[in-house]
Design a protein around this ligand. Structure first.
Ligand code: CA
Length: 245
């Protein structure tokens, strides 16, 4: 048994579904631990490190969103994929609000599910230990890509693996428009535009972290119909007047 296989935690109370998913994930070469409840998942998380967490929302006892928040408290980086039985937008948004990186609505297609798992598991190419890291500054923010951490006007925050991927892509392309498909491919590993709202909800999250006024973004700008652009010095005419400190 090779231990370098990515170890996935699957939290799902429907046993027939959990068995099917476990079988297919193992066929793909992953190691899978299964928990039937949120409480059992948190117990496993106390003693194990996982490469990915797949989390059903509707669980007996503690619900998936609560589990998600608890997990984020303990491990801010690990990618979390939410499985939602309901297709309401409200569910999706509260999933991303609670710190998840993507969601999939049940019933889902198996190959779509496996593609997402594969995409989310790609390790960041910039993930390597470095003794001293210089932060990337913009506005009142400083982002540390290697340590998954940022200082913002609102205080210190931890960033998830996928948030780091997105920020690194924006920083590399500072001032240029990044297309939706490029973002989906680089951050989530998707080759096609499937659930595009995930991307928009993710941008909303970044704006909440980093924009002086998230309803009037100056750094993470929408390029209508194309994608998004990161402007390190803010939008022209909307430059931040206030200075840090
Ligand atoms: Ca369930």
């Amino acid at each position: 048994m090779s231990e370098d296989r990515p170890h996935i935690l699957l939290v799902e109370d429907e046993l027939h579904l959990a068995r099917g998913m476990t079988f297919n994930l193992e066929e793909e070469g992953y190691r899978v631990s299964h928990a039937e409840t949120g409480e059992a998942a948190l117990e496993l998380l106390a003693f194990n490190r996982f490469a990915l967490i797949i989390l059903d929302v509707m669980l007996p006892g503690m619900d998936g969103f609560t589990v998600c928040r608890e997990v984020r408290g303990a491990d801010p980086r690990v990618p979390i994929l939410i499985l939602s039985a309901r297709s309401e937008e409200g569910d999706r948004i509260s999933g991303l609000d609670s710190g998840a990186d993507d969601y999939l609505t049940k019933p889902f297609n198996l190959s779509e599910f496996l593609l997402r798992v594969k995409g989310m598991l790609r390790r960041s190419s910039w993930y390597r230990p470095e003794p001293v890291e210089e932060g990337y500054r913009f506005g009142d923010n400083e982002v540390f890509l290697l340590s998954y951490h940022a200082r913002t006007a609102q205080g210190e925050i931890d960033l998830t693996e996928l948030e780091i991927r997105m920020l690194a892509l924006f920083f590399r392309n500072e001032g240029k428009t990044v297309t939706r498909s490029n973002l989906l491919e680089t951050v989530w590993g998707y080759s096609s535009e499937t659930e595009t709202r995930t991307l928009d909800n993710f941008i909303v999250r970044l704006r909440k972290y980093f924009e002086p006024d998230s309803s009037h973004p100056v750094f993470f700008q929408t390029v209508r119909g194309v994608g998004y652009r990161f402007a390190r010095h803010g939008a022209p005419g909307a430059r931040c007047e206030k200075r840090a400190g």
